[in-house]
Every structure is written in structure tokens, then in C-alpha cells.
Design a protein around this ligand. Sequence first.
Ligand code: GTP
Length: 342
Amino acid sequence: MPAKIPATVITGFLGAGKTTLIRHLLQTANGRRLALIINEFGDVGVDGDLLRSCGDATCREEDVVELANGCICCTVADDFIPTIEKLLNRAEPPDHIVIETSGLALPKPLVKAFGWPEIRTRVTVDGVITVIDGAAMSEGRFALDEEALAAQRAADEGLDHDNPLEELFEDQLACADMVILNKTDLLDEAGLATVSAELAAQLRPGVKVVKARHGAIDAAVLLGLGSAAEDDLAARPSHHDAEDEHDHDDFESFHVDLGAVTDPDALTRKLKPVIEAHDILRLKGFAAVEGKPMRLVVQAVGGRIQHYYDRPWRADEARGTTLVVIGERGLDRAAITASLAA
Ligand SMILES: Nc1nc2c(ncn2[C@@H]2O[C@H](COP(=O)(O)OP(=O)(O)OP(=O)(O)O)[C@@H](O)[C@H]2O)c(=O)[nH]1
């Protein structure tokens, strides 16, 4: 029986730095042939496109498979299993498969999928790596608002779960074999100490926390953990263990198509109040800037916004501005679209 091909699951909340970590991983793959499966919650494959444009020898076009438009934990049978089988059946299978889940995916159902008969003898979960946005955590982005929850519980006995961000955050931590505490450049010493202590209190015994900036952790640290997580599920509790199915009704995503922009900084100034007014969790995409041959990448994690040019527009693609908007259910799409188009 040939050795199982290792697969690493990179998870973590919206904008934590998963794609950034994978780009660095590709640059330190040290000759390993990697295949990437990139999962997006939204219907526009931003991360996959960013990774394809990284141009490294290790991330050829055919090595990046995109599973957009829904969380990988919900599309296991239709999308994930067939995708893994295709990779395993290649004339030259990859040395290692790296899976980036969407920022809203539950990792445990995905790890469970590796126990499916179609693939269980051929691939193993080498490790679940959870990326944490240290800045968002220190700002209490995932902390439970005790008063609000107490008030909710008083009003509704039937309430049986914490807020969706809190649950998702806890599930992504509970399933981790390693935690990357990212964005430490945005933390002062006190903030780092607080976040590190909060993490340590939530992690299973033996789970390592590695501090990082811009996901700059080498492949040698991330790959080769040998955790066989698919055989260790009982040790990884989830809020959703009791459910057969889970859904992502708590979140929603849509994209806005705009024309070319004249000034990237003006675009950022326009985005900030819209993100804050509508509590948009994540906004990302590409913009065409008048007179510029390069494509502008727009990245917003909560109110933290940045933009940069990543590559020239190709002759075969339509220049335009497409922004993916992700938030908790109930986003006012019309108002957001109107504000961005104004
Ligand atoms: N300051 C700072 N910014 C970072 C760091 N890591 C990532 N970022 C930025 O955070 C934003 C989101 O990074 P991504 O790598 O796209 O995050 P992601 O987890 O893949 O995002 P989703 O796939 O949308 O969940 C980008 O603007 C990154 O440049 C970091 O360590 N420090």
C-alpha cells in the first residue's frame, strides 16, 4: 500500500492571513510539489487569483484548484471529494496538498471527510493550522459580549448558542494542531501578552502557538506535523457535533461591480464608513484604476483597509472593479451597493 499523501488544512477567520501564509509557504516549499485547494465563501475567487498571480515555480496554474461559492465543509460530497480524487489520480500526484478553507468554514467536518472510503487509504490530514488575526482578537472581535448575550438569553430561553463569530472562532481553535498568531506587527507587548494568554486558555494540550507577521512561517514548520487528524476527531470538540447538518445562515456574501476608479486612496476613504456603518466583516477584490496598466488589489478586514498593485491586467480579461462583501446575515445589499457606487 503506497504511503498516504499528506494534506494540510489552513483555516482561520475572515482576513486572518491564510492566503498570505500560503504565499510564503509556496516560496519556502523547497522543491516539494504542492497542490492547493482554495475555498471561498463568496462567489468570486479572489484568493485563488492572488495565489495564481504569485508566479512562483511551485504554484503553477494547474496546481491551484478553486472551490468558490460556499464553504468546503458543506460541499464535501459534491466538490471536495471529487477534487481530491482528481489530484490523487494525476500521473504525478502532488507531494503535499494544502487546503485553504474559507474564513467561515468549520474545520471539523472537513477533517471528517478524509475518513470517506473514496480517499481514506490514500491521503491523511498532516495537520490543521489555524491562523489568528492577533489585532482583531486583541480588539475583542471574537470575545463574547457577555451583557448582550445575557440580555438575549433573558429574552429568548430557546437561545442555545453563543454568537456565530464566537462559535466559529472556538471551533477553528478546537480543531487546530498548530496556531499561527498572525499580525503581531499590529500588537504592542501588552496586547501580545494578553492575546497569547487568551489563546493558551482555549487550546488543547500540546497545540503550539507560533507568532508571525504576514504569515512568514516556513513550510518546514507547517508541513510534516504527522497528526493524522482524521483519526483524532474525538479530541477536537465542536459546537456543531450534535448536528447532522450545519449551515452558514449566520453569514452572507455578495459582490459589487463598479467601473474604473480614479484614485485608490479616495476609494479607501469611501470604503471605510460603509464598512463601519454596515459592520462588514470582510471586503476584498480587484479594481481598475484609470490610466494604470496594473490591477489594484483591495483588502479590508473589518475597518483595516489596504490596497496594492499586484500584476498587469491581462489582454484576455475585462478591466473592472469587483469587490466581494462578507458579513453576518442581514447585510443591506442595496444600501451598500449604492454607497460604493456613489
Ligand atoms: N498588518 C498585517 N497585515 C496582514 C498580515 N497578514 C495578512 N495581512 C493582511 O490582511 C489582509 C487579509 O490577508 P489574507 O491573507 O487575504 O487573509 P485570508 O485569511 O486569506 O482572508 P479570507 O480568505 O478572506 O478569509 C490582507 O490585506 C493582508 O495583506 C500581518 O501579519 N500583518
